[in-house]
Design a protein around this ligand. Sequence first.
Ligand SMILES: NC(=O)c1ccc[n+]([C@@H]2O[C@H](COP(=O)([O-])OP(=O)(O)OC[C@H]3O[C@@H](n4cnc5c(N)ncnc54)[C@H](O)[C@@H]3O)[C@@H](O)[C@H]2O)c1
Length: 364
Amino acid sequence: MNFREIMVSSSSGPYAIRLGNGIREQIPDLLQTLGFPKNEKVGLISNETVRVLHANALSSRLEKKGYPVVNFDFHDGESYKTMDSVMSCLDKLLSVKWERKNPLIVLGGGVTGDMGGFVGSVLLRGVPVIHVPTTVVGQVDSSIGGKTGVDHSEGKNLIGSFYPPKAVWIDPSYLETLSLRERRSGLGEVIKYAMIGDKKLLEFLDSALETLASKNFDREVWEKAIFSCASDKARIVSEDEKESGIRMNLNFGHTFGHALERVTGYQGLLHGEAVGLGMIVAARIGTLLGITEKGTEEIIVDFLQQAHLPYEWPKEIAYRDLERYLRNDKKSSSGMVTLVLPVRPGEVVRTNQYELSVLGSAIP
Ligand SMILES: NC(=O)c1ccc[n+]([C@@H]2O[C@H](COP(=O)([O-])OP(=O)(O)OC[C@H]3O[C@@H](n4cnc5c(N)ncnc54)[C@H](O)[C@@H]3O)[C@@H](O)[C@H]2O)c1
């Protein structure tokens, strides 16, 4: 089978992203090619939902090819992205005498990926991690670049590490079992890549967004969209692994998006939906500051509408509800926050730090 390959540079050396419909069937062979011999233990970390849909099948496939598999499942949901969940996973792996050479395959969405990656980074001071993402957010974003994360009651992803994986294997056909709402939510991240600098993706979305947002899953169109985003992410993290420059652009829409997720207790809005609204707020702030060109907010709204994503601010949420969480955002300090604001579609700027209280005027 012909798969696309994207290389990523990292402080721990380069790694390859392999992408293509059907790659899941090749996973045992890919593992062997990567240098993990048969008969040696492999961890398959997933969650209770993905276990039934995909992890059992992968586990059997690996066993059939001669890999003894140790399975572990997190509970499903952002509310379980906690150190308790991480500890349960570490307990399980240590109880079977894990060794540094044994790899962990992390199969699931961004929540599983962030926690599985963190487990990999701290277990025995680091064991090999291979990400096999199964959501849109996972495939276009979170599995690439080595950021791991665990939530704390003070805020999202406040615990974590930079831990580059050994490989990322992306099979778009995994998305077929995602709910339509989850798939559409992932389009929030896809739109983000177009807005922050991928002009070809902007053009592609003009014609393909309707197909991507439709009930019927079009494998080819999805593969193209994921390839564009994964290539963008690979380029950005290769240039700026530790987020001191261009990688910050990936936070476009996220400062307010994360705060919205927190304020709704991760119940009201999905990640990509919150990011979509966050992009609108960023455009409004940019307009207030004279940075964002006229018409940009309307283009974001138009994309969100085409993707069937929310584009109106939830009436029950006021700025003062968000402020506490904005203050706790990792990118804010002393009440000031660095923002990524759109100049026009396909171009963003990182601003100087702004006093948080002035930002409220962008929220209705
Ligand atoms: N590390 C990074 O760079 C990075 C980047 C972006 C987002 N994130 C993190 O990712 C998380 C969001 O990820 P997400 O949107 O993938 O959420 P998620 O992991 O919660 O997955 C969403 C839902 O889809 C289910 N699911 C996963 N794969 C499925 C499949 N193939 N079929 C059916 N159901 C499936 C999950 O069980 C879950 O219920 C957040 O915690 C965010 O902080 C991390």
